[in-house]
Design a protein. Structure first.
Length: 358
């Protein structure tokens, strides 16, 4: 999760600024009469999306080469136009070669250019959760884009969690799943604690004013940013990159300046959207090939919890990888640096969709 925030607040210190000029088409889908799990409703929800590549149709006229890539908390589809992702995956012969693949990059509700609290409703915006977000992604695909089958769902962080929800809610809709940087369990323990700390920090700022602030609640946002920075950092890389007090503090100053872009109400919603997430009871529904990758230096999903070892066994075609920590890995944000896993993604895409004969 936290793709854009971590890029701004932690990884931004070393990120290249510009990807190749990939041909992107943008659109907006209006989902009407949306009812959320909370019982709240919206007459219209706008979902922004980006497309790359060209659709191919099979003999029945159905699109058969579509891939959807799902961003993390606070991010948008733009996250997958950065060089470390796009320049590794979209070119000729690459795993998501745009000459052969239609790539779909949605902005989820609450994010990017899609409907979100900061559009005007503030804390009156419906309290969406991950099931609501996945349901809206499904509507985008089927109602707007006419897609009834995906070759792959690749999700990073929050998108990783969405991939597990997809596998259980719409079994087989995606022929393969690539969840990167998450676990298919309820967000409890330290993972929920740091999120709740960030939420409470914003709410405790008097300037927040129940969400009706006239100027940003800067103290609350800064406290939340502190937690986001710690959650996203690779400590080995941070020590090497900022080896003195002066360089470490200068990096923080840069991060806090960029944190001013964060809307407090939007953050409250997207940090809390994971509150009901827990695909663990129904993992056996996921029978398609799965490539589940976590990183050893991920504070948010620490490998010591052992979830990959115990839960992968319940998905008959799952392969797990734990990327070793090094000065080159990116903490939680390793999920967006394709050089660490693109060969494994290519292997996943080469797998047959049908299970092996017994």
């Amino acid at each position: 999760m936290l793709t854009r925030l971590l890029a701004l607040l932690a990884l931004c210190f070393a990120l290249p600024a510009q990807a190749a000029d990939w041909p992107v088409r943008e659109g907006d889908f209006i989902a009407r009469d949306v009812r959320f799990k909370s019982g709240e409703t919206m007459a219209e929800v706008g979902l922004h999306y980006r497309l790359l590549g060209t659709a191919h149709r099979d003999a029945r006229g159905a699109i058969d080469n579509a891939v959807m890539v799902l961003h993390g908390t606070g991010g948008s589809g733009r996250n997958f136009l950065v060089p470390q992702f796009a320049d590794e995956l979209y070119g000729p012969g690459a795993p998501l070669d745009l000459a052969k693949t239609l790539v779909i990059l949605p902005d989820n509700i609450g994010h990017g250019a899609s409907s979100k609290p900061s559009d005007g409703l503030r804390m009156k915006f419906p309290h969406y959760d991950y099931d609501d977000m996945v349901a809206l992604q499904h509507r985008l695909l089927t109602e707007e884009l006419g897609i009834t089958k995906l070759k792959l769902i690749l999700g990073t962080s929050m998108g990783c969690m969405h991939a597990f929800v997809w596998g259980e809610t719409y079994p087989g809709f995606a022929e393969r799943l690539a969840p990167f940087a998450c676990n298919p369990v309820a967000l409890a323990g330290r993972n929920r604690m740091w999120r709740k700390m960030a939420i409470d920090a914003i709410r405790a700022d008097p300037a927040w004013n129940g969400g009706d602030y006239t100027s940003p609640p800067a103290m609350g946002v800064r406290a939340a940013a502190n937690l986001l920075i710690i959650a996203g950092l690779n400590p080995v890389a941070a020590q090497a990159q900022f080896p003195t007090r002066a360089t470490a503090e200068a990096a923080l100053d840069t991060a806090f300046e960029r944190a001013r872009q964060l809307d407090a109400n939007d953050a409250l919603y997207f940090l809390d959207a994971s509150r009901n997430y827990d695909p663990s009871p129904a993992l056996e529904k996921i029978t398609v090939p799965v490539l589940w990758i976590n990183s050893a230096d991920d504070f948010i999903n620490p490998p010591e919890l052992g979830f990959q070892e115990s839960m992968a066994k319940r998905m008959p075609r799952a392969r797990t990888i734990l990327i070793p920590a090094s000065a080159e890995t990116k903490g939680h944000g390793t999920h967006t640096w394709a050089k660490f896993w693109k060969a494994d993604l290519a292997a996943l895409l080469a797998l047959p969709t049908a299970p092996p004969a017994r």
